[in-house]
Design a protein around this ligand. Sequence first.
Ligand SMILES: C[S@@+](CC[C@H](N)C(=O)[O-])C[C@H]1O[C@@H](n2cnc3c(N)ncnc32)[C@H](O)[C@@H]1O
Length: 201
Amino acid sequence: MAFTFFFRDEQILSLAVQNLVPLSIGRANVHILNAGCAMGMETYTFAILLAESIGKFALRNIKIHAVDIDNENVDFGKTVTEGIYHKEHLQRIPPALFSKYFRAYGNGEYFIIGEELRSLVTFKKLDLLELTPLRTDYSLIICKNVLLHFSYNQRIEVLKMFHSSLLEGGLLAMENTQAMPAELAGKFKKLVDYAQLYAKT
Ligand SMILES: C[S@@+](CC[C@H](N)C(=O)[O-])C[C@H]1O[C@@H](n2cnc3c(N)ncnc32)[C@H](O)[C@@H]1O
């Protein structure tokens, strides 16, 4: 089972939200790819931060495509498809956000995330190394703690695939320790000094 947790790398996810909002104005549909989503904690953390920023009503234009190679992750309990998590996985969520977006499910051991966020997300099995873009109109790709598992050349090929999957100006968010390979400097512009957030040039 993959290592992941709610509100991991919150800084880069919040920064991605802030930069996504101006890009989304006037778009009928805003597509987001969460590549290497594991058991969906990252996906729903991003959805919560986005909902907090733009409000529940503005979410109707948002589509989050969450993919992972590992079926064990995607089938983790009922987690991914139904947004149901055991309480032990929910402890890092700030209490005010937890009570706003989760409700008890079943015997009190489990909680389910609100339909307004679940309905934004579709989960799918995908091997990023097949280098086949699902779409070519993403406004944002989140890919954290995944590329480190690949060789340097595989990383470059996956990043090129992300580049061709983004709209002009679209955003790429990675974990802090994942630097952009020098070979791709002309394809992505770094937006801040302190985090790995890039825009497609
Ligand atoms: C350490 S977890 C990171 C999860 C989440 N992104 C985070 O930051 O918490 C790495 C994830 O990458 C997925 N992964 C590894 N190789 C992959 C590939 N070739 N295609 C898609 N997903 C892959 C693993 O299955 C795992 O769920």
